[in-house]
Write a protein that binds this ligand. Structure first.
Ligand SMILES: [Mg+2]
Length: 362
């Protein structure tokens, strides 16, 4: 046990080595990384982070710099629940959801890292410890690639050891989506886990039509067919489309996930630890899914999330996200025969190269 002494926030703009594309966000050339370093009175440090697809990182960093220190400094660093609720309610009126919950997520990750480091345990063991090996898929952000380039990217991913792959759909014409998924299925062979992600592109009726057209290609799931605000629409697509539905990267609270799960609107809850409220909220969402007999998957920040899914008996696939931090961290994610390995180092074990990041300060 030790009191929180300081919190230090960083904001960086990370260029991507290749331009990524999906149906909603268009071309993505860079992403924003917002880091939090919490130090306690004994000098121990925990690190957390969140990210955006390119905008609003300044608002998140501003919340962390302007509001959060006063709320948490001097408080007991080990009391994750108390700190979570104190920050959540402290910022609730002026920013429930949105940048506030991304800021809270980064802080909460740092506090869990600090707690695990002080306990000299890898985070996945501190959270319960189920299985260090987590099935993992490559999350392609590839809507604008030609079929030829898509298959080439797929071969690269197979070469890296991936044994499950997600691709984007949601092109202007459904025929093009169907042809691309068909080409991928033919290339990968029957039984190879393949997912497709529409990034909220469709209406409910379009999504049902798309799900039915994609049914022959045995998708593990169809992701974010419509806007996150339409829970009943997801339930209709799931019932009428005949394909499992994943969603969650645009849900921001435990209670939003509850609305989906309790209404039978989702097959694979897919929280992102950097925007759902951090480790504290992610684990509650995962346990809620367990109680409803649902697998839980994940979005983004795979270096953190591998620990969380390694602590969940109902874990499905970990997404290895396109916004990798490999160039800026000491130990990138290790993959063995399609399984990601949760590190044995204390904490989450993500050690940033702060000097390299400083050159990208925004
Ligand atoms: Mg997605």
């Amino acid at each position: 046990m030790a009191r929180i002494k300081t919190i230090e926030t960083g904001l960086y703009r990370i260029p991507l080595s290749v331009t990524l594309s999906d149906s909603t966000h268009g071309e993505i050339k860079a992403f924003e990384l917002i880091t939090v370093r919490v130090r306690d009175a004994d000098g121990a440090e925990g690190v957390g982070y969140t990210y955006t697809v390119g905008r609003n990182g300044g608002a998140i960093a501003d919340i962390l710099r302007r509001e959060v220190p006063e709320l948490i400094e001097g408080r007991e660093a080990d009391d994750s629940e108390a700190l979570w609720h104190h920050v959540w309610w402290g910022l609730h009126y002026g920013g429930r959801g949105g940048p506030t919950v991304l800021a809270l997520s980064a802080l909460d990750i740092a506090l869990w890292d600090l707690k695990a480091r002080r306990a000299a345990l890898p985070l996945w063991r501190l959270l319960g410890g189920f299985d260090q090996r987590v099935p993992c898929y490559a999350g392609g952000i590839d809507l604008d690639l030609s079929v030829e380039a898509l298959l080439k990217q797929t071969d690269d991913n197979l070469g890296k050891g991936f044994r499950a792959i997600k691709m984007k759909v949601g092109r202007p014409d459904l025929g093009s989506d169907v042809a691309r998924v068909q080409a991928m299925r033919k290339h990968l062979g029957d039984g190879f886990p393949l997912m497709a992600d529409a990034n909220m592109k469709w209406t409910v009726e379009e999504a049902i039509r798309a799900a039915r057209a994609l049914q022959p290609f045995d998708l593990t799931w169809l992701e974010e067919p419509i806007i996150p605000d339409d829970v009943a629409g997801h339930a209709r697509i799931l019932a009428a489309g005949g394909v499992p539905i994943a969603a969650g990267e645009n849900l921001r609270t435990l209670w939003e996930f509850k609305n989906y799960i309790a209404n039978g609107a989702i097959s694979y809850p897919e929280p992102d630890v950097t925007n759902c409220g951090g480790v504290t909220a992610f684990m509650k969402i995962a346990r809620l899914a367990e109680a409803f007999n649902l697998p839980v998957t994940s979005h983004g920040a795979h270096d953190i999330t591998v620990h969380l899914l390694a602590a969940c008996p109902n874990r499905s696939y970990l997404e290895a996200h396109g916004f990798g931090l490999d160039r800026y961290i000491e130990h990138p994610l290790v993959l063995e025969a399609g399984m990601a390995l949760a590190p044995s180092r204390a904490g989450h074990g993500v050690n940033f190269d702060w000097t390299a990041l400083e050159r990208l300060a925004a």
